[in-house]
Design a protein around this ligand. Structure first.
Ligand code: 13P
Length: 247
């Protein structure tokens, strides 16, 4: 049985005060405890957020990291630094980083290996653009992203990876992939992992992301291969986020 995982990606939102207020609000709503809950907060909030979630089952995540431990890489944050702050998860290869900050599949691969070697669980994002979907090459695109991302990754560690299938056209647009389409792609992702890494495909957790809301979570989570959600906008509202966790 794969434990469901609902992760909030706060993106570049919330100052320390705003973030702490949101965490207090989240803690104020009852959660049923079945799904693993992660909040991926901005770097500036990691330290305070860690203290605020102490004695809860909420896990701490970052939104990106560099692959080297230290050195002359101005502006970057290393896995050692994240580990020191109690970070358990790190989003890697989000489409916004690929689109606006030149993140390549090669970088994603290096970051995954670095995260795993520091016992940080990567949440690896893959997904196609609208143009690619309309040209019916979405599976080819996602397969390529996966094969490059997993190149040379220690098979014994693959089960610590979470994959997030986030079709770019569904992010922040209010358009969700239908639950059937999301499940179809996620089954394909599981198969692709199986071809590359073997039986671990049945253990690895694969989320859907893109305009996930309290209104559509139940249907998505009812599908055979969908193990959770990576949530942007709706994770910034405590009541909505807890509704998602309690799907
Ligand atoms: P939205 O939920 O706002 O569409 O964002 C999805 C996302 O990019 C999560 O990483």
């Amino acid at each position: 049985m794969r434990t469901p995982i609902i992760a909030g990606n706060w993106k570049m939102n919330n100052t320390i005060n705003e973030g702490l207020k949101l965490i207090e609000e989240i803690k104020g709503f009852p959660r049923n405890g079945e799904a693993e809950t992660v909040i991926c907060v901005p770097f500036t909030l990691l330290s305070e957020a860690k203290k605020a979630i102490e004695n809860t089952d909420i896990k701490l995540g970052a939104q990106d990291m560099y692959w080297e431990e230290k050195g002359a890489f101005t502006g970057e944050i290393s896995p050692l630094m994240l580990k020191e702050l109690g970070v358990e998860y790190c989003i890697i290869g989000h489409s916004e980083r690929r689109q606006y900050f030149g993140e390549t599949d090669e970088n994603v691969n290096k970051k995954i290996k670095a995260a795993l070697s520091h016992s940080i669980r990567p949440i690896v994002c893959v997904g196609e653009t609208l143009e690619e979907r309309e040209s019916h090459i979405e599976k080819e695109i996602v397969e390529r992203q996966l094969l490059l991302a997993f190149e040379g990754v220690d098979k014994k560690k693959v089960e610590n990876i979470v994959i997030a299938y986030e079709p770019i056209w569904a992010i922040g647009t209010g358009k969700t992939a239908s639950a059937d389409d999301a499940n179809d792609m996620i089954s394909f992702i599981r198969q692709t992992i199986g071809n590359k890494c073997g039986d671990v495909k049945d253990k690895i957790r694969i989320q859907y992301g893109g305009s996930v809301k309290p209104e559509n979570i139940k249907e998505l989570m009812g599908k055979s291969d969908i193990d959770g959600a990576l949530v942007g906008g709706a994770s910034l509202d405590a009541e909505d986020f807890v509704d998602l966790i309690n799907y």
